[in-house]
Write a protein that binds this ligand. Structure first.
Ligand SMILES: NC(=O)c1ccc[n+]([C@@H]2O[C@H](COP(=O)([O-])OP(=O)(O)OC[C@H]3O[C@@H](n4cnc5c(N)ncnc54)[C@H](OP(=O)(O)O)[C@@H]3O)[C@@H](O)[C@H]2O)c1
Length: 259
């Protein structure tokens, strides 16, 4: 078995888990990262049994002290070479900025913004030695416009989108492909963690399945696409946001996510 691995954050459920299975189907060894040890262990065993790949995991809170360094040391100690980094772990918080606990919002920013940046910085020297290599950052259609009641979440994903596009250009000549996938609503644990149960029914109508999103994301990444927006409606709404007057788009987003 080769010692080249894809490192996926937030692989214990939702989109990250689906990406793990999608990559395993395509013969890639996996390093799975999330907090829930039992889930990670079950997924890693199932993947190793079903596909001829190695699947390893580390149970860690990415927002805990030195988490990125610990993950880095873990890969080094085992001599696993990373040729794909999937920055997927993230969550939203629903509510007015001034009403949500500040510490919770800081934690969200840390996970959505600081951790993908820190992981990219840490692993780019390795990705450079394994070319062609890949970075896939998971943003959201929330990245394309302001959303009251999801103010910081939308801003964090706009950061991910712009950062990805810039990094992509910097790394192009080095043969490291960098893509941003921005899903719309997906049937995962996201709604519950964001505290959005009150609008879950409305969101269901637009939801995609994580497996569909994962397939589109990986197809797009391997084709070297800059931005991957799964689903026609999501693509249409993201495009509209760049064409239509901001006031109009913000009126729609305000009514969709009203608390
Ligand atoms: N679902 C949607 O509608 C949607 C739409 C657009 C974008 N997204 C984005 O897609 C990404 C994946 O979300 P999802 O929908 O799959 O949500 P999810 O089902 O809640 O999965 C989130 C994953 O992140 C992990 N995670 C959360 N906090 C963590 C921490 N502190 N340290 C390590 N791992 C952590 C979770 O595992 P543990 O709990 O085991 O740590 C889980 O594996 C996120 O970046 C989200 O913003 C989701």
């Amino acid at each position: 078995m080769n010692n080249k691995y894809a490192l996926i954050t937030g692989a214990s459920g939702g989109i990250g888990k689906a990406i793990a299975y999608e990559l395993a189907k395509r013969g890639r060894n996996l390093l799975l990262v999330a907090r829930k040890e039992n889930e990670l262990s079950t997924i890693a065993k199932d993947i190793s049994t079903k596909y001829s790949v190695d699947a390893e995991f580390i149970a860690i809170d990415l927002t805990s002290e030195n988490a990125v360094q610990k993950i880095y040391d873990w890969t080094l100690q085992n001599n696993w070479q990373i040729n794909m980094l999937v920055n997927n772990a993230g969550y939203g918080l629903w509510g007015n900025f001034e009403d949500l606990p500040f510490a919770d919002q800081q934690n969200m920013l840390q996970l959505n913004v600081e951790i993908p940046v820190a992981l990219a910085y840490k692993f780019i020297p390795h990705l450079r030695q394994q070319t062609p290599s890949y970075i896939l950052n998971i943003a959201s259609t929330a990245a394309y416009q302001a959303i009251p009641t999801l103010s910081l979440y939308a801003a964090s994903k706009a950061f991910v989108l712009v950062f990805t596009r810039s990094l992509r250009l910097e790394l192009k000549k080095k043969n490291i492909i960098v893509s941003c996938c921005s899903p719309g609503p997906v049937a995962t644990g996201f709604i519950e963690r964001a505290g959005m149960q009150a609008i879950a029914k409305a969101a269901e109508k637009f939801e995609m399945q994580p497996e569909e999103v994962a397939k589109i994301a990986i197809d797009g990444l391997l084709k070297g696409k800059a931005e991957i927006i799964p689903g026609f409606t999501n693509k249409f709404s993201a495009k509209s946001a760049s064409i239509l007057p901001k006031r109009f788009i913000e009126y729609i987003s305000s009514s969709l996510y009203k608390k």
